[in-house]
Design a protein around this ligand. Structure first.
Ligand SMILES: Cc1cc2nc3c(=O)[nH]c(=O)nc-3n(C[C@H](O)[C@H](O)[C@H](O)COP(=O)(O)OP(=O)(O)OC[C@H]3O[C@@H](n4cnc5c(N)ncnc54)[C@H](O)[C@@H]3O)c2cc1C
Length: 286
């Protein structure tokens, strides 16, 4: 399929991109890696009159640590997240999740910001962002604002990001005791079920846990009942079994499609919650 005709403009800064968006008067779309937007344009599900390329904005990509927080520029590719020595050392779950996205071609072009802004219900990063309690930094005509991951994802392909705003970067406190486990579609590698778990273990007990789910339902979510079951209990197979047993309970809108039935997905939420928790807790032990 061939997209409808569009103008192409290259932004030189965040403010330049915002100005170009405003000038397009609602008919403009940002493009970063193009790996979600271009397929939609080819299907004519998205028909922007102006494409504003943000992939070449200086300092829009990059991973750094400052004042106890990891900061990742929205323009950072999945490949750069996957291969970051800083992330592998300080927050390995983030790098490992990026390494599981699509194939090398997708990882070379696709960006963190594009994935989060698009919010495909089967994307990997949302679960990880929820488990890390990440903060998203957005710039719009009115200036900067910050949104927590738990408030950003609002429903099917719906996020707290206005059409005239740009997601500039993501920050989070690094967690070593965290892991992501996913059952992937064989062709695309999108998540049929993906679970990210981050645990805080002190003196052999789980002080707190955050568990994010993707792929299973219309939008990503925290598994609050799993987190509550884990909190305050000793690290043991029994604790993991008790938490796993309630994983997915209360989620009504489990996806049912050609990749997996709702019943199968519900069963896999438990399996992949256990895998993520086992790996996160093993990391807490070293
Ligand atoms: C074959 C294939 C397999 C894939 N497999 C996986 C997988 O296993 N797991 C997974 O998670 N994903 C997968 N993806 C999706 C991939 O990760 C995309 O790269 C990603 O979803 C979009 O990032 P992008 O930079 O390409 O965004 P684009 O396509 O450029 O943009 C997507 C949307 O986000 C907006 N946007 C982009 N950047 C910003 C920004 N900084 N601020 C505000 N809005 C912005 C655009 O306007 C557009 O609406 C796959 C894609 C393909 C084609």
């Amino acid at each position: 399929m061939i997209p409808t005709a569009f103008e192409y403009e290259r932004a030189t800064s965040l403010d330049d991109a915002l100005a170009k968006l405003a000038a397009a008067g609602g008919a403009g779309k940002l493009v970063a890696g193009g790996h979600s937007l271009v397929p939609l344009m080819k299907l004519r599900l998205s028909e922007p009159a102006v494409l504003i390329d943000i992939a070449h904005i200086p300092d829009f990509a990059g991973i750094r640590e400052a004042e106890g927080l990891i900061e990742i520029g929205a323009g950072t590719t999945h490949h750069d997240v996957a291969t970051s020595t800083l992330l592998r050392d300080r927050c390995p779950m983030m790098a490992e999740a990026a390494a599981l996205i699509g194939d090398q071609q997708v990882r070379n072009r696709g960006t963190l910001g594009g994935s989060l802004a698009h919010a495909d219900p089967a994307a990997d990063y949302p679960a990880v962002m929820l488990a890390l309690d990440a903060e998203f930094h957005l710039k719009g005509p009115g200036g900067w604002r910050a949104v927590r991951a738990r408030d950003f994802f609002q429903g099917m392909l719906t996020v707290d990001l206005a059409p005239d705003e740009i997601l500039a970067r993501v920050t989070f406190a690094p967690v070593r005791a965290a892991a992501y486990a996913k059952l992937h579609q064989r062709a695309s590698r999108f998540a049929i079920v993906g679970v990210a778990a981050a645990v805080d273990v002190r003196d052999g007990a789980i002080a707190s846990a955050r568990v994010g789910l993707t792929g299973a339902a219309s939008s990503p979510s925290r598994l609050k009942n799993v987190e509550e079951t884990l909190a305050g209990r000793s690290v043991s197979p029994g604790t993991v079994a008790a938490a796993t047993a309630v994983a997915g309970d209360g989620i009504e809108d489990i996806n049912d499609d050609l990749h997996a039935s709702a019943e199968y997905r519900r069963a896999m939420i438990r399996v992949f919650t256990r895998r993520a928790l086992d790996r996160a807790l093993a990391r807490a032990a070293v």
